[in-house]
Write a protein that binds this ligand. Structure first.
Ligand code: ATP
Length: 236
């Protein structure tokens, strides 16, 4: 268990209308920690992330962020407090790269936003070279990079990502992992929902979600040492 939990969720139940998807999901992300949430298609990963970000209400259970009970907070209040969310889509395709970054950092004071955008252009030189180009003109891999940059524009403490590998070639998956590692080293906490086990390279802790419930919670080494989990997630 991390010494200083940044995000903690306990007994989360939620769903859509009368359809219950989450049946008691728990999670802990420490300050500056990277946690990967693994689970098969339909396990409820996206639903869980949406509850954590306040995009879907929790029917039961509680969530805390940086010591405050955020269970009933609207999404924008969570973002102002330091959470960022990158959905599978991630960017506004009709808007320019610069406008996407400005939207990502809309809650930051102007001077902080300018400094952060300069730092992001330094980290993403391909985006800096084309800042007035429409996001829709970028390749899939570049769009993913813009999605990350947009999510980071608000200088979050925690970046929550839904399947960053979706639609990417293995080469780009490697590039996405490399850039995330760079920001993680500088102190960014990460919560990444994935099916692609490559992302375990970044993880300090792994949680599995099966049928809307938390299953395994432990280190990558403990996950790989468990025969049944190894077969389920590594397909061997
Ligand atoms: P995937 O990797 O396929 O996105 P996931 O683990 O993220 O899977 P969710 O997207 O959270 O899973 O979906 C969990 C369940 O909730 C699925 O059975 C799905 O059909 C259902 N579901 C998702 N969105 C809705 C919705 N808007 N209305 C009703 N049911 C939904």
């Amino acid at each position: 268990m991390p010494a200083e939990p940044l995000l903690a969720a306990r007994g989360i139940e939620s769903g859509y209308g009368k359809v219950q998807v989450l049946w008691g999901a728990d999670l802990l992300v420490g300050a500056r920690q990277c946690v990967v949430l693994l689970g098969p298609n339909g396990a409820g990963k996206t639903t869980f992330l949406k509850v954590l970000l306040g995009l879907l209400p929790a029917w039961r259970g509680e969530a805390h962020f940086a010591g405050e009970n955020i269970t009933l907070w609207p999404s924008d209040r969570r973002v102002r407090r330091g959470m960022a969310y990158m959905s599978e889509i991630g960017v506004f395709t009709a808007l320019s790269i610069a406008d996407n970054l400005a939207i990502g950092g809309q809650f930051s004071p102007p001077a902080t936003l300018r400094r952060q955008i300069d730092a992001l252009y330094a980290a993403f030189p391909d985006l800096a070279a084309r800042r007035s180009a429409a996001a829709g003109s970028l390749s899939g891999g570049q769009r993913k990079m813009l999605g990350i940059a947009k999510a980071l524009a608000g200088s979050p403490r925690l970046l929550v990502m839904d399947e960053p590998s979706a639609g990417l070639s293995p080469l780009f998956v490697g590039e996405v992992i490399a850039i995330l590692r760079q920001f993680h080293r500088d102190g960014l906490a990460l919560l990444i929902a994935e099916q692609n086990v490559k992302f375990l390279d970044l993880a300090e802790h792994v949680i599995t979600l099966e049928g809307g419930r938390t299953g395994f919670s432990g280190s990558v080494a403990a996950l790989t040492a468990d025969d049944a989990l190894h077969r389920a997630y590594f397909g061997l």
